[in-house]
Write a protein that binds this ligand. Structure first.
Ligand code: 4AD
Ligand code: MG
Length: 442
């Protein structure tokens, strides 16, 4: 290795030494005889101190002149200091400006959210976005580790597809050499054949929904982690989902303590996220939502009144989850309001063998999953009932012709999960470059 500088995260190995660092000027302040520069290099923040009597007049003045977010190379001696953010401080000996920044548009003062996201390419340098995106990094790593550690095989699903997975109303259509094609809404349909080949599989990739809704939970491009397992039925799928979520949250608490602190997240609430999670059938959940108290609160908040048979709105999810300190698993939904591929429940075929996992603290649905129809003729009739083009689904039906077995899977939206773990109000913060109905820049 021939690196000529050290990273802030390596400073514990260099206490007492004079070292070179490279990065950007994050903050500066001065109080007469002393200048403080905060360097940021992506691995951390480091306060650098210049005392008028210890440094040349030239260096002392240079500290004043250098503009925020300029790229700089510095040299100085590392001191351990418990009071310093990060635990170390640098006595500045040299400062070289690599590139002098122009007037940096993002100032410590309050900016409107539109301004910040118009400048997302710069805004991601700020402390809060960095903390969130580092949590996202850990969540994605944890998702992969969870499935790899359990012998699942990664099978990437295509982005360009000939047909819908989650309803035709949110499809992005594109032109594929003169034929219509669609951006994928979910990798599921392609994972089902793969689980018949490999047993246990997963995919993690971008998915697309032309969501007209402008809510804090919806993006038009988001990332989904999806497992699919042959011979798995609903009860086992529920266990997989709760073990998975508890693991992801545990990893974030364990490895992102610094970031969660910056975000002022109450980590006690996250530590409570242990399996098993409470289970409610749709009918039990509907009973709660039909209680006079619940109905009154919907009315007060101006949210649509829930009626039995409806899908849940944001307010309904909040009312259900506030009774519990961990995610709630709602199963056995009316088949008519769920996807075409869901296996009917054995006891009551009007219900689907499916689950929505609702996160606590008002974060809503983070997982949707189900057992899949494995009978060929039943699936064919569902495809027809949903007015889907049978030709485009021949390959999907094929799986039901050659050694079909019960199988199940789910999808978890990475951004909703990260928003919940970070305790931030809107999913747009939890993806590097959000895509929403009114945003495709930068
Ligand atoms: O419930 P959904 O639509 O389920 C599926 O797509 C299944 N095919 C998954 C499967 O069984 N393999 O979406 C799954 C999850 C939701 O629970 C939510 O976390 C997230 O994807 N999600 C969104 N996240 C952000 N913006 C949107 N517009 C989202 N739509 C769904
Ligand atoms: Mg869903």
């Amino acid at each position: 290795m021939s690196r000529s500088f050290v990273y802030i995260e390596e400073l514990s190995r260099h206490v007492g030494e004079s070292v070179t660092l490279k990065g950007w000027l994050f903050q500066k302040r001065s109080s007469g005889k002393i200048k403080f520069l905060v360097l940021r290099d992506g691995t951390g923040y480091l306060q650098c101190v210049a005392f008028v009597k210890n440094v040349s007049a030239e260096l002392f003045e240079a500290c004043d002149r250098v503009a925020l977010e300029s790229s700089i190379k510095i040299r100085g001696t590392v001191k351990a200091d418990e009071r310093a953010p990060g635990g170390y401080e640098l006595s500045l000996e040299q400062l070289e400006v690599i590139h002098e920044a122009g007037d940096y548009p993002i100032q410590p003062k309050e900016h409107g959210i539109d301004f910040l996201f118009d400048n997302r390419h710069l805004y991601m340098r700020s402390r809060t976005p960095q903390a969130v995106l580092r949590v996202r990094n850990e969540v994605v790593k944890a998702c992969r580790d969870f499935f790899y550690d359990r012998g699942y095989v990664l099978v990437d699903s295509p982005i360009l597809t000939p047909a819908a997975c989650e309803g035709t109303s949110t499809l992005f259509q594109t032109d594929y050499f003169g034929k219509p094609a669609y951006l994928t809404q979910s990798g599921q349909l392609y994972l089902e054949p793969a689980c018949m080949a490999f047993g246990k599989v997963f995919c993690l990739g971008p998915t697309f929904r032309a969501e007209k809704s402008k809510t804090r939970r919806h993006l038009t491009e988001f990332w989904m982690i999806e497992p699919e397992v042959a011979f798995m039925e609903l009860p086992e799928l529920l266990e997989l989902a709760e073990t998975f979520i508890a693991y992801i949250v545990g990893r974030a608490v364990e490895r992102c303590a610094e970031q969660l602190k910056i975000l002022e997240r109450d980590t006690g609430k996250l530590e409570d996220i242990q399996a098993p999670f409470p289970r409610l059938t749709y009918d039990q959940a509907a009973d709660i939502l039909m209680e006079p108290d619940s109905q009154a609160r919907m009315k007060d908040s101006g949210a649509p009144q829930f009626r039995r048979g409806n899908d849940f709105g944001g307010m309904d999810e909040t009312l259900l989850t506030e009774r519990f300190d961990r995610p709630v698993m709602v199963t056995h939904w009316p088949a008519g309001i769920k996807a075409f591929y869901m296996q009917p429940d054995g006891d009551d075929p009007s219900k689907a063998a499916c689950v929505d996992v609702l996160a606590p603290e008002g974060y809503g649905e983070i997982i949707g999953g189900s057992q899949r129809i494995h009978d060929h003729d039943l699936l064919l009739s569902r495809i027809r009932e949903h007015d889907l083009p049978v030709e485009a689904f021949q390959w999907y039906l094929d799986i039901r012709k050659y050694g079909t077995v019960p199988h199940s899977g789910f999808g978890m939206g990475i951004e909703r999960c990260v928003a919940w773990i970070c305790g931030i109000p809107h999913v747009r913060e939890s993806i590097p470059y959000p895509r929403q109905i009114h945003r495709i820049y930068p």
